[in-house]
Design a binder for this molecule. Structure first.
Ligand code: AMP
Length: 400
C-alpha cells in the first residue's frame, strides 16, 4: 500500500508527449498538458493546472528528455513536482504489448526489452513509448513506472477471431495475427456502459464503437473482448480519419506492381492519405457535415462510405455476440456526431436497434442513452477517458 495518491499518465508519441496528473482519491485532474514538435526548433508546451491559467511556451526541445524536464518544471511551479512524495507512480500508454502483456505491468529492464522486441510489429508507436518510459525512469528511478498496453484488453479474443487465414508457419514465425488496439478505451467504455444500464459488466454484451481520428469496433461479451476490428496494426477495420481500414490485400500488390509505388509509399498512402481525408480531403467530421449541408457530393460520399463500413461491423458483431444488450458510441466522432450515430443504426430496427432523434440531439459530456424507451437493445453515448483508465490500472497495480 502507498499513501501517495497521485498518478502521472504519459502518452509519448514520436514527436509529442501528452500528460495528465490525476488525484486518485476522486479521479480529478491536477494538471493536463502536452508538448508537441519535439526535436524541432519550435517545440511547444501547453500546460493547464486544475484551477485554470493555461501556460504556453515555445522553446527548442531536442528530445523526449528535454520535453519531460520541461513538463516536470511546469508541475514543480504548481507545487506538483515529480519529486513529491504524493506521486505514487507514472503510468505509460504503450501501444503494442503483443501476446505477452495481458495486464498492466510494472516496468523492469526485462519488460522494456520485451517491449523493444515488439518494435517490428509496431514500428510507428512502440519506439516513442519506449523513449518516454526510459526518460521517466531516468528522472525518477525509484518510482514505479507502469506500462498499460493498448492491446491488453483484446488478448482474450479467441484464436478463431485473432488468426488470419494465412499459412500458419509463416504467421507464427513473424507473429502475424490480429492484436487490436484502443483496448484501454474499449475496456473503460464497455464497463461504463454496464454501469449506465445498472448491471454488472459480466452480465452484458456490448458493441463498442470507438470513433475518433483512429476508429475501431469491438464485441465485448460479459466484460471480455471476443472480437475487434483493428488487426496486426491499427490499419484494419473501420474507415478512419486518414486510414483506409479494410481493403483487399491485393490492392497493395497492385499499387506496387502496376502503380510502381514503393512499400513505404503504399504504407503512407493507406495510413495517412486514405480514409475520410483520402475520400474527400477532410478528416474532421464537423467539416464534412458542413460541406454536406452545402451540397458537396464528395463529402456526402465519404460520409456514406464511413457509415456503410460502420454498419457492417455492427451487424458482424451482433452475429458474433448472438445477444446484444448495448451499442456504445465513443471518442470524438462517436460522442459528438449525432448524424453518424443515426445513420449507422438506420434500418436496423429488426435487430432491436434504434436511435431516438431527440435524445440523439442532446449534447452532453455525460454517459447517456439515446435509444427509445423500451428498446430491446440500449444505444448509448459513453465518453471515453483513456487517461483515467490508465491511471486507475496503474494505481491499482502499485497500491496492492
Ligand atoms: P479523437 O481522436 O477521439 O480526439 O477524435 C477526433 C475527431 O473527432 C475529429 O477529427 C473530428 O472528426 C471528430 N469530432 C470532434 N468534435 C466533433 C464534433 N463536435 N462533431 C463532429 N465530429 C467531431
Amino acid at each position: 500500500m502507498t499513501s501517495a495518491t497521485r498518478v502521472l499518465v504519459l502518452n509519448s508519441g514520436s514527436s509529442s508527449v501528452k500528460y495528465q496528473l490525476l488525484d486518485m482519491r476522486d479521479g480529478s485532474r491536477l494538471a493536463v498538458g502536452l508538448v508537441e514538435r519535439i526535436g524541432e526548433s519550435t517545440s511547444r508546451l501547453v500546460h493547464t493546472p486544475a484551477g485554470g491559467g493555461r501556460r504556453e511556451r515555445t522553446a527548442p526541445m531536442a528530445g523526449h528528455e528535454a520535453a519531460l524536464r520541461a513538463v516536470a518544471a511546469e508541475l514543480t511551479a504548481d507545487g506538483l513536482g515529480l519529486d513529491s512524495p504524493d506521486l505514487a507512480a507514472i503510468g505509460h500508454r504503450v501501444v503494442h504489448g503483443g501476446l505477452r502483456f495481458t495486464e498492466p505491468t510494472v516496468v523492469t529492464d526485462e519488460v522494456l526489452a520485451e517491449v523493444e522486441r515488439l518494435v517490428p510489429v509496431a514500428p510507428l508507436h512502440n519506439p516513442a513509448n519506449i523513449v518516454g518510459i526510459r526518460t521517466a525512469r531516468a528522472l525518477r528511478p525509484d518510482l514505479p513506472q507502469v506500462a498499460v498496453f493498448d492491446t491488453a484488453f483484446h488478448t482474450t479474443m479467441p484464436e478463431h477471431a485473432a488468426r488470419y487465414a494465412i499459412d500458419t508457419e509463416t504467421a507464427d514465425a513473424h507473429r502475424i495475427r490480429r492484436y487490436g488496439f484502443h483496448g484501454t478505451s474499449h475496456a473503460y467504455v464497455s464497463r461504463e456502459t454496464a454501469r449506465l444500464l445498472g448491471r454488472d459488466p459480466s452480465e452484458v454484451n456490448v458493441i463498442v464503437l470507438h470513433l475518433g481520428n483512429g476508429a475501431s469496433a469491438s464485441a465485448v461479451a460479459g466484460g471480455r473482448c471476443v472480437d475487434t476490428s483493428m488487426g496486426l496494426t491499427p490499419l484494419e477495420g473501420l474507415v478512419m480519419g486518414t486510414r483506409s481500414g479494410d481493403v483487399d490485400p491485393a490492392v497493395t500488390f497492385h499499387l506496387r506492381r502496376v502503380a510502381g509505388m514503393s512499400v513505404d509509399e503504399i504504407d503512407e498512402l493507406l495510413n495517412k492519405r486514405s480514409g475520410l481525408v483520402g475520400l474527400c480531403g477532410d478528416n474532421d467530421m464537423r467539416e464534412i457535415r458542413r460541406r454536406i449541408d452545402e451540397g458537396d457530393e464528395r463529402a456526402r460520399l465519404a460520409f456514406d462510405i464511413y457509415v456503410h463500413r460502420l454498419k457492417k461491423y455492427v451487424g458482424a458483431y451482433y452475429a458474433v455476440l448472438g445477444r446484444v444488450d448495448a451499442v456504445a458510441f465513443t471518442a470524438g466522432v462517436g460522442e459528438n456526431a449525432a448524424p453518424v450515430r443515426e445513420a449507422a443504426l438506420e434500418g436496423l430496427e429488426q435487430l432491436g436497434l434504434a436511435v431516438d432523434p431527440e435524445l440523439n440531439a442532446v449534447r452532453s459530456g455525460e454517459p447517456r442513452l439515446i435509444s427509445p424507451a423500451g428498446a430491446r437493445v440500449a444505444v448509448a453515448v459513453v465518453p471515453t477517458d483513456e487517461e483515467l483508465e490508465i491511471a486507475r490500472q496503474t494505481y491499482s497495480l502499485v497500491n496492492n
